[in-house]
Design a protein around this ligand. Structure first.
Ligand SMILES: Cc1ncc(C[n+]2csc(CCOP(=O)(O)OP(=O)(O)O)c2C)c(N)n1
Ligand SMILES: [Mg+2]
Length: 379
């Protein structure tokens, strides 16, 4: 684990974090924490390049979504800018059978699951409720109610244990995403208690992006967030969330421990939200420009590019091709978002109950009569 002494080159907070790729693009072979766990990665040259491609594509899609919102095509957007490595590293660490419970910001995790990035855009455009079949994608629906998904994930993790789907190397595991602000929610406390006591096969993945809207981290905690795990009786580890290699290594280890019956882990991915909380927010009201500048030097994509160049794993042609492909994916997203049909107002009564309900049916009928009353009128 890196420590505070070498903070200048690693960007580590006091107390250190697991880092395998420094902001200068230096790759450390392995890191052993105080708990005696050793973290390393063993990727092929091609796999390193594909991780870089993921990071660039995810950022490019996010930029397109921000532009679409600014052009009035989305009602709101929650940008992941700056958090690409935390999301790509942890998302790629999932095995196909693993189940993910996201917040509203996990577009990068969604992408690494092989899901069409268009999927959550109906929600942000306001043309549907953002629903999909979590079992089909092994990716639960986006959750806006802060922290609540950690309880859903805990229940799911306890359920798969009862179903006998864990306890060996091929077993299933669960990952629950949440933010630094969410750690103050009662739901998250309850999720930690239940998971710890029932030894649930779950990884709590906290992206500490330093803010909960305008509230800085020091308003949430007096101790580093990963140390909260001590009180619940399971391990906590802090990782450099701007380092895709370390994030992958730490998440893969924690998930494999969970699937093998070794219980939960809390991972604190130490990162920074480079943009606004959402497109409705103005961060210049509560944070200074120099802080944002200092985090630019720790950019997750720049360090991966430096590493690839230094190790002669990629050339200009590769970087150009990655940018071009990412642009094509973003253009396709834009075109398909613009084509999303506006819903008929009456569809708001759909999917309220799986088998309908007399009350909702009556409301639908009343609404249809109301709409019909305008037929033939000028309004
Ligand atoms: C239960 C609940 N309380 C308040 C809100 C309003 N709210 C939306 S996002 C947010 C901050 C969340 O911060 P954090 O957990 O750090 O996640 P981040 O947005 O930084 O990824 C709040 C308070 C909410 N959605 N749900
Ligand atoms: Mg936050």
């Amino acid at each position: 684990m890196t420590n505070g002494e070498s903070e200048a080159s690693t960007g580590a907070p006091a107390g250190g974090f697991v880092q395998l790729l420094t902001p200068d693009g230096e790759h450390v072979d392995s890191v052993t924490t105080e708990d005696g766990v050793t973290y390393s990665v063993d990727f092929t040259d091609e796999e390193y390049r594909e991780l870089y491609r993921d990071l660039v594509t995810v950022r490019r899609l996010d930029a397109e979504a921000t532009a679409l919102q600014r052009q009035g095509e989305l009602g709101i957007w929650a940008s992941l800018l700056g958090q690409e490595a935390a999301q790509v590293g942890s998302g790629r660490a999932l095995r196909p059978q693993d189940m993910a419970f996201p917040t509203y910001r996990e577009h990068g995790v969604l992408y690494t699951r092989g899901i069409d990035p268009i999927m959550p855009f109906g929600l942000f455009r306001g043309v549907d409720q953002g629903g999909w079949d979590p079992n089909e994608f092994k990716f639960n629906t986006y959750t806006i109610v802060i922290g609540s998904q950690t309880l859903h994930a805990t229940g799911y993790a306890m359920g798969i244990t009862m179903d006998g789907k864990t306890g060996n190397a091929d077993g299933e595991a669960v990952i629950a995403y949440f933010g630094d602000g969410a750690t103050s929610q009662g739901d998250v406390n309850e999720a930690f208690v239940w998971s710890g006591v029932f030894h649930a096969p779950i990884v709590f993945f906290c992206q500490n992006n330093q803010y909960a809207i305008s509230e800085p981290l020091e308003r949430q905690t007096r101790v580093p967030l990963y140390r909260r795990a001590d009180g619940y009786g399971f391990p906590g580890v802090r990782v450099d969330g701007n380092d895709v290699l370390a994030t992958f290594a730490v998440t893969r280890t924690a998930l494999d421990q969970a699937r093998n019956g070794q219980g939960p882990t809390l991972i604190e991915a130490y990162t920074y939200r480079m943009g606004a909380h959402t497109s409705s927010d103005d961060p210049t009201r509560y944070r200074i420009a120099s802080e944002v500048e200092s985090w630019k030097a720790k950019d997750p994509i720049a360090r991966m590019k430096t590493f690839l160049v230094k190790q002669r794993l990629a050339d200009d042609a590769f970087f150009g091709e990655v940018d071009q492909k990412a642009g094509e994916v973003a253009l396709s997203l834009r075109e398909r978002v613009l084509e999303m049909p506006d819903p008929q107002p009456v569809t708001m009564f759909d999917n309220v109950y799986p088998n309908g309900s007399p009350e909702v049916d009556a409301q639908r009928a009343q609404f249809e009569r109301y709409q019909a009353s305008f037929e033939g009128s000028a309004h």
